[in-house]
Design a protein around this ligand. Sequence first.
Ligand SMILES: Nc1ncnc2c1ncn2[C@@H]1O[C@H](COP(=O)(O)OP(=O)(O)OP(=O)(O)O)[C@@H](O)[C@H]1O
Ligand SMILES: [Mg+2]
Length: 370
Amino acid sequence: MKVGTAGSMAGICPSASPGLGLHPDDLPDGLVVADAAQRVTCFNAAAARITGLRPADAVGRPLESALPLEDLDGRRWWALTDPYGGLATRSGQPERNLLLPGGRQVLVSARYVRERPGGPVVRVVVQLRGTEARRRAERSHAELIATVAHELRSPLTSVKGFTATLLAKWERFTDDQKRLMLETVDADADRVTRLIAELLDISRIDSGRLEVRRQPVDMAAAVLRHVETYVRAGLPRDRFRLEVAEELPALWADPDKVDQVLGNLLENAVRHGEGRVTIEVSPAVTKARTEGTAVTVSDEGPGIPEESMARVFTRFWRGSKRGGTGLGLYIVKGIVEAHGGTITVGRAARGGAQFRFTLPVGAPAFLTQG
Ligand SMILES: Nc1ncnc2c1ncn2[C@@H]1O[C@H](COP(=O)(O)OP(=O)(O)OP(=O)(O)O)[C@@H](O)[C@H]1O
Ligand SMILES: [Mg+2]
């Protein structure tokens, strides 16, 4: 059977690694190989697709003219990097964004193959990738900005609307009406503040700058504090059931961040779930097979549909209209992973959602050594 789309061009390469049954045309990335004499010996199908050049025009020609790459300043790439000359310790070139005549962009990396260390280059293997992936990342950035702007605008519209109305028609409203409007303004201002705090967390998570300041944490006490807050706010105490194992390993974690994780999971269980919320704290074996603590939060609500489970931890995903911004679980996952832990979602025994996260002991080195 012939595979490939209409118009796609087969590459020209000596059939490599017959044991694997793998042909260079099977590779998802472009592959161009030049021999010791700098002649192109292989130009696979993906290379043809990415560069728009014909393999038949490239094979047999010097690498420099077959693949006339330039850097973004217009300098000829092969002359600049001189793969066959230069220091005999060089082993290749890291990935760069380069241009082909006509302005087509490609991501290029190269390896210089030597038969013995310090010997002459016998082969130059060039890998080519299209820039679609990068463009897609840029597009997702643009989408993120659009979503954020939208999320910020709706509470601000309400703040602006109510304050403008109050300023213009102060005398016409009763005290109760004014109070109601100010309460809405207050709540919307809180929403903006919270959203901005969440966005800052996200940027820290995405750039790997989330700092974890570890100190001993009493997980059971932390959970109890959250439950007490809900009870003080008017929820019946029997909405919560707390199951704490008798013996728990020590836990060194960032107490503020643990609070953030618990806060979000409990808020979700109360807001998106129904019935009784069960929180179990127990010893666990973590991914790295070390000791740790596991916390499971289950409710008796509708749960997360099977097909959405993979998406709950992505940013801005929300299952229902009742949802908030959809950032909570993304941040929760980021925090848990910054601690070296894991988080999973599943179905609770009685049908609701069940979130379970584990944190390794995380004791500082001076306590575990010696
Ligand atoms: N316990 C639960 N039961 C049912 N659905 C849930 C539960 N927890 C989360 N979800 C679903 O997952 C979605 C994402 O949750 P997440 O915490 O990330 O965002 P959010 O609660 O909508 O907003 P935020 O936490 O940013 O205020 C929710 O909108 C909800 O649809
Ligand atoms: Mg949430």
